[in-house]
Ligand binder design. Structure first.
Ligand code: COA
Length: 283
């Protein structure tokens, strides 16, 4: 997919051809009858509620087991009980969050809720691949809400991403909660994703959910607040600057630093830059 990097005063980018199929000029009616779509939607909500109730039940079980004797003790000896409850509050929340990550990932594996790769799904159709994606996103979002704030940027969060479908190498730190469609993500070794980076395997355009894999090879750092498009392949040995945009279906495989919107390669630091001591006099 890689295309030769065009250079622009020492900076370059690589853009793969991404001819998007044209949308029909006249929007067509949703596929399937209204009743069928209603039944599919209702089934989706029902299964979501049931599965998430089971997942949450599993996640709170160890906390209940811990707190039942603690509260009984607090009733007998209020001062010691309050001290014990104070010390147990945050560790027991962490215990809930870790169990939630594990139970949710096991549930999405067992149910097969996933984002289909390289798909173009019309929102109005409410077809099963779209509804599977919705359920995967909801399950991921619940974990993000209750566990992500505590564990993002730690090896525990990387372990959750792996368990929830991502291919994650060693020493990978993901400090952003806007990373989704885990089963379409592949991170090599020594990857760092900064805070507020938006990186996912889907985008919504013109009423369609479009999906694609995102691959960060070894030694890739994504700067704070950057947006990485679907189908992007980055690295190895690439740094993306803060607040940059890597458009969809782009390959940046020449090692170096890329910045801006869209991201372009900074001049190689081994090359003398204008103003550097020893740089060629332009005159
Ligand atoms: C991209 C980055 C690594 C470049 O650092 P550097 O190699 O020391 O480069 P400099 O600061 O000397 O900047 C070089 C040029 O790039 C520009 N530049 C640097 N960062 C930029 C960015 N994020 N967007 C646009 N331009 C940028 C500078 O303005 C400068 O332009 P000039 O040559 O026209 O003056 C750094 O600026 C950056 O964005 N780091 C983000 C780190 C991060 O978020 N890590 C995530 C974990 S916390």
């Amino acid at each position: 997919m890689s295309q030769a990097a065009g250079t622009d005063h020492g900076r370059g980018t690589a853009r793969a051809g991404s001819a998007a199929p044209a949308h029909p000029a006249v929007p067509r009616a949703p596929r399937g009858g209204r009743l069928r779509r209603g039944v599919r939607f209702a089934w989706t909500i029902a299964t979501l509620v049931v599965v998430q109730a089971i997942v949450c039940g599993v996640a709170v079980s160890p906390v209940i087991a811990l707190w039942a004797p603690l509260l009984a003790w607090a009733a007998r000896s209020p001062v010691a009980g309050i001290a014990a409850v104070s010390f147990a509050a945050i560790p027991s929340y962490a215990l809930f969050a870790i169990t939630l990550m594990f139970a949710s990932a096991v549930a999405t594996r067992a149910t097969g809720w996933r984002t289909r790769p390289d798909a173009k799904l019309r929102l109005a159709d409410l077809d099963w691949p779209l509804l599977d994606w919705v359920r995967y996103m909801v399950a991921t979002h619940i974990v993000r809400l209750f566990a992500g704030t505590l564990f993002r940027g730690t090896p525990i969060w990387s372990a959750y991403l792996r368990l929830n479908g991502a291919r994650v190498g060693r020493r990978v730190y993901v400090n952003s909660l806007a990373v989704s469609d885990h089963n379409l993500l592949e991170f090599g070794d020594d990857v760092v994703i900064g805070g507020d980076v938006h990186l996912s395997g889907h985008t919504v355009e013109g009423g369609y959910v479009k999906t694609g894999r995102v691959c960060l090879r070894n030694h890739v750092t994504i700067g704070l607040g950057s947006v990485i498009g679907i189908g992007a392949t980055i690295g190895p040995d690439v740094q993306i600057g803060a607040l940059s945009l890597v458009p969809k279906h782009v390959t940046l495989d020449t090692r170096g630093v890329y910045v801006g919107v869209p991201a372009r390669r900074l001049a190689d630091r081994s090359e003398p830059r204008e103003g550097d001591p020893g740089a060629a006099d332009p005159n």
